[in-house]
Design a protein around this ligand. Structure first.
Ligand SMILES: N[C@@H](CCC(=O)N[C@@H](CS)C(=O)NCC(=O)O)C(=O)O
Length: 216
């Protein structure tokens, strides 16, 4: 089966899909969307126009969680989701929190970095506080041992390190360094040791550094 991942290096949603592919040891090509995401050329391949996109022998899919579940169903070993229904639901809920709370709070800093943010100290404080609040709530959701449910990591454990790294880099750029709660910090460090996670952390971190540098 020919697998193509469409993505941009800075995206943590793309990192989630890439981590799933790498964790499974699958061979695939990763390419940037032709003309950028949202372009007509890319929408001709992935109609949603968002990244990550995935094609399997030409059939296209979008949405990082749908892509992860598709990869999981086609290639169950090693698993990305726990076996028991309750644990699967908790994993999906943690992914939802990642996408809609933590990533969303971190993403809100992107437009600020592009502006004269030193002239908007209240916006900077509020933006970083929103991330801190998401991380504080996360502390009540996760009980790492060392991963959130079991000794075996799930895709939820593996998705967070890139978003926490992105949040830290954005906050540091705005001169409001973040300190994730110690338990969250330990958790993401354990996940960061997984080779598939480490690879995407490198890709996303380097891309974020280049992105930030253009506004300095
Ligand atoms: N829920 C989507 C979100 C992906 C997303 O927001 N991707 C951004 C880049 S990080 C994007 O493609 N934005 C352009 C667009 O949606 O048209 C997922 O999980 O894949």
């Amino acid at each position: 089966m020919e697998i193509v991942l469409y993505g941009i290096p800075v995206s943590v949603f793309v990192a989630k899909a890439r981590i799933a592919l790498d964790f499974k040891g699958l061979e695939y090509d990763e390419v940037e969307p032709p003309g950028g995401y949202g372009s007509a050329a890319y929408r001709a391949i992935v109609p949603a126009g968002s990244v990550p996109g995935l094609t399997l022998d030409g059939a296209s899919f979008h949405g990082s969680n749908a892509i992860v579940e598709l990869i999981e169903e086609l290639h169950p070993d090693p698993p990305l989701l726990p076996a028991a229904p309750h644990a699967r639901a908790l994993t999906r809920a943690l992914l939802d929190f990642h996408d809609n709370r933590l990533e969303a709070a971190a993403r809100a800093l992107f437009p600020l970095v592009k502006r004269e943010w030193r002239e908007e100290p209240d916006a900077v404080i509020a933006g970083v506080a929103a991330i801190e609040s998401a991380l504080a709530r996360l502390e009540d959701l996760v009980r790492p041992r060392p991963f959130h449910l079991e000794e075996t990591p799930t895709i939820a454990d593996m998705a967070y390190p890139a978003s926490i790294q992105m949040a830290e880099m954005l906050a540091a750029e705005l001169e409001r360094p973040l300190s994730p709660p110690p338990m969250i910090d330990e958790w993401r460090r354990a996940a960061a040791e997984i080779p598939a996670v480490a690879r995407s952390l490198g890709i996303a971190g380097e891309a974020m550094e280049l992105w930030l540098a253009q506004f300095r």
